[in-house]
Design a protein around this ligand. Structure first.
Ligand code: NDP
Length: 335
């Protein structure tokens, strides 16, 4: 069982030397346990925060232990009557090829139906990132048909699900993404009404102008994934009583400071800005996953994935995700 451990904590930017590849045997199963062979590992931006030893909503990733994270795979041995060999499952098995799961513990392992939704999508659109988009859109932005909503990191796992959910609610949906290929993909495949390349519109005045053109009626809802000058520009174009779902600020995860230039606009425009952590809202997951599963099964949402091959590729793929080298949901495929 090859595994990737967190070997030491980053000083500033994370690097490959923070991780260590090791091999170990999988222990024999006890009653109530199942052995899962991982087909896909999920790489997610939140993992960067957990590599630090600082106070946050989640405990830091322990040093010398397998990197924690979502996994999708197949049961290959079972000593729990609820799981049979061959069941496709999602869990939190971490960056390793196999995991032994105490299946009796609620929430550790979930059987999934792969007849209409491919297994890998349960780590993306029909998994945690999809529910994240759903929560911010439905519970915080709460749009009416005809509203203009904007999302940054638009072509990623969260952003692509956001677009499909917002289009289904009759919104004008505008994305912000890095580079012409991502922007073309956003409008041609993800049904965005417009997409702004922040590498071209690389400061607050340029981004504000681009938003003015793409959102002629102003912005009613903003789903924030990035932070920095993009948020400043959006704030200048928000309508009165607009809502901002503060989901992520990836531009600052590697330590860059993210000052906010116009906090007074929150007051002047009576804007609601609300941060949220999707795992604290488990009550919405069934409803959100049902809608997301339907969107994927019907082809209305067929999000792109970036798939790295083999466990040893996980650290580089993860570091790339923090720099926008991924194009769609970042996964590692193991078999
Ligand atoms: P993505 O698939 O969107 O990948 C991350 C993307 O972020 C990159 O592709 C890149 O897109 C963009 N990015 C990276 N660095 C920068 C930068 N410096 N400036 C601008 N954009 C950058 O990841 P996810 O969909 O998994 O996550 C999106 C966001 O949602 C993250 O901020 C994440 O932390 C947050 N999140 C929050 C959750 C919560 O509960 N609050 C749960 C899940 C995710 P591009 O090339 O277009 O810039």
């Amino acid at each position: 069982n090859q595994q990737i451990l967190l070997d030491n904590r980053p000083q500033g930017q994370a690097s490959a030397s923070n991780f260590k590849l090791v091999a170990s045997d999988t222990p024999a199963l006890q009653d109530g346990q199942v052995l899962v062979r991982h087909h896909y590992l999920s790489l997610d931006p939140y993992m960067r925060g957990r590599m630090n030893d600082s106070k946050s909503y989640a405990a830091p990733q322990p040093l010398g232990e397998v990197m924690q994270g979502g996994t999708a795979g197949e049961v290959i041995e079972s000593r729990d009557p609820r799981f049979a060999v061959g069941d496709k499952v999602v869990g939190f098995g971490g960056w390793q090829e196999y995991s032994v799961v105490n299946a009796a513990q609620p929430g550790t392992l979930k059987k999934v139906d792969t007849t209409q939704v491919p297994l890998s999508h349960y780590l993306g659109a029909v998994g945690m990132p999809g529910v994240t988009a759903w929560y911010g859109l439905v519970k915080i932005i709460a749009p009416k048909a005809g509203d203009t909503v904007v999302v940054s990191a638009a072509t990623g796992a969260v952003g692509s699900a956001f677009a499909a959910l917002a289009k289904a609610r009759g919104c004008r949906v505008v994305g912000i993404a890095g580079g012409p290929d991502k922007c073309r993909y956003a409008t041609e495949e993800l049904h965005f009404d417009a997409c702004i390349d922040y590498r071209v519109h690389a400061d607050t005045p340029a981004m504000t102008q681009a938003l003015k053109a793409a959102c002629p009626d102003g912005i009613d809802g903003y789903f924030e994934n990035v932070g920095g000058y993009i948020l400043d520009a959006v704030m200048l174009r928000m309508n009165a009583f607009g809502r901002i779902a503060l989901c992520g600020m990836i531009a600052g995860y590697d330590g860059a400071p993210l000052p906010m230039a116009h906090p007074a606009l929150l007051l002047l425009n009576r804007i609601k800005m609300e941060g949220f952590i999707v795992s604290e809202h488990m009550e919405v997951w069934p409803e959100a996953l049902a809608e997301l599963g339907q969107l994927v099964a019907s082809g209305q949402l067929s999000p792109r994935q970036s798939i790295a091959q083999g466990i040893a590729a996980a650290p580089e793929a993860f570091l790339g995700l923090l720099k926008g080298k991924n194009f769609g949901k970042q996964l590692v495929q193991l078999v």
